[in-house]
Design a protein around this ligand. Structure first.
Ligand code: ATP
Length: 309
């Protein structure tokens, strides 16, 4: 099946000369949830805005549902719902009218039942007659989501959806995302939180300095990167490792006072039992043992550092 979003060699250099996207290519399949992960300023928002036809590319192409987002922007945009990072709402208008107006912009027939369901899902129904300016920041974010979904888009973009939102909104949001997933809606979100990406995304793309560094199925990425460290404090330091202990992943550290064994938490065998047996056989006395997660956060920081190196 043709991808629903196809990005080819996309570049964006802003008027001031700054290159925010530097040759990005990415295919997104219909119905998948993809998380774009990257530090501040990596180019995530620029990528989303360009796919949505809001930012003009300086090179390359983007097709959404087979429509070029520049030449055929209206048809491409019609398939898209965008929840932006910044709150941009009509402050004097009510919640209901804000959402209904957006649906109207997409030339959809009136469908109050659809809008009611959306507002209920987002715990906004009680506030439907309130003016947007009277709402809290969290409520305004809910309105942004309702607006983005008002015309029943096939693709939903969520730009940093959970930055600074409370637990309830996060929960409501993920409930809506689950429902949309069930309906086959494609979801593209940007986030700083790798745990969030891991929890909901089918694939994770890592962006740094305007480039896609990797795109992988979440489970493959986690398997590849899901490593843990076992630290073995020795009663007496060892000068060199006996041959019977030499193996992949084992290192002498702190002048031989400790050994660090890195293993794959997903592997069928971690090799820990054999290692401990070999340590005993080699006559090494253990003073202490501890394990630490190579946390997903650290992995991410590591990836970005790698790029900077
Ligand atoms: N209109 C603009 N003019 C000039 N530079 C811009 C413009 N918009 C963004 N940039 C720059 O492009 C780079 C990428 O910005 P972008 O907002 O895409 O990053 P991001 O990954 O979404 O970051 P964040 O997580 O902070 O939102 C940044 O260095 C930013 O300063």
């Amino acid at each position: 099946m043709a991808p629903i979003v196809s990005v080819r060699d996309l570049t964006k250099t802003y008027a001031g000369g700054f290159t925010a996207l530097d040759g990005v290519s990415l295919d997104i399949e219909e119905g998948e949830i993809i998380a774009l992960l990257g530090p501040n300023g990596a180019g995530k928002t620029t990528l989303i805005s360009t796919i949505c036809g809001i930012t003009m590319p300086t090179g390359g192409t983007v097709e959404v549902g087979g429509h070029d987002v520049v030449r055929d922007w209206r048809r491409a945009r019609d398939l898209i719902g965008l929840v932006p990072q910044e709150i941009a709402l009509e402050p004097f208008s009510t919640v209901w009218n804000n959402v209904r107006f957006t649906r109207g912009l997409f030339d959809r027939p009136r469908d109050d039942a659809h809008l009611e369901r959306l507002l209920r899902d987002l715990s906004l129904w009680e506030k439907r007659d309130a003016k947007v300016m009277e709402l809290s920041g969290g409520m305004k974010r809910r309105v942004l989501i309702a607006k983005a979904l008002s015309h029943g888009p096939r693709i939903l973009f969520l730009d940093e959806p959970t930055a600074g939102v409370d637990v309830e909104l996060r929960r409501d949001m993920w409930r809506v995302v689950e429902r949309l997933r069930g309906e086959g809606v494609t979801i593209i979100l940007t986030t700083h939180y790798i745990e969030e990406a891991e929890a909901i995304a089918d694939r994770i793309g890592v962006i740094s300095k305007g480039r896609i560094m990797l795109v992988e199925r979440t489970e493959d990425l986690m398997r590849r990167l899901g490593r843990k460290e076992l630290r073995i404090e020795l009663a007496e330091p060892v000068e060199t490792l006996p041959d019977t202990l030499r193996r992949e992943g084992l290192e002498r550290v702190d002048g031989g006072q400790a050994l660090v064994y890195t293993y794959d938490t997903h592997a069928e065998r971690t090799g820990i039992t054999a290692l401990l047996a070999d340590l005993q056989a080699a006559g090494l006395q253990l003073a202490d043992l501890s394990t630490s997660n190579s946390s997903l956060e650290e992995i991410f920081v590591g990836l970005v550092k790698e790029d900077a190196a």
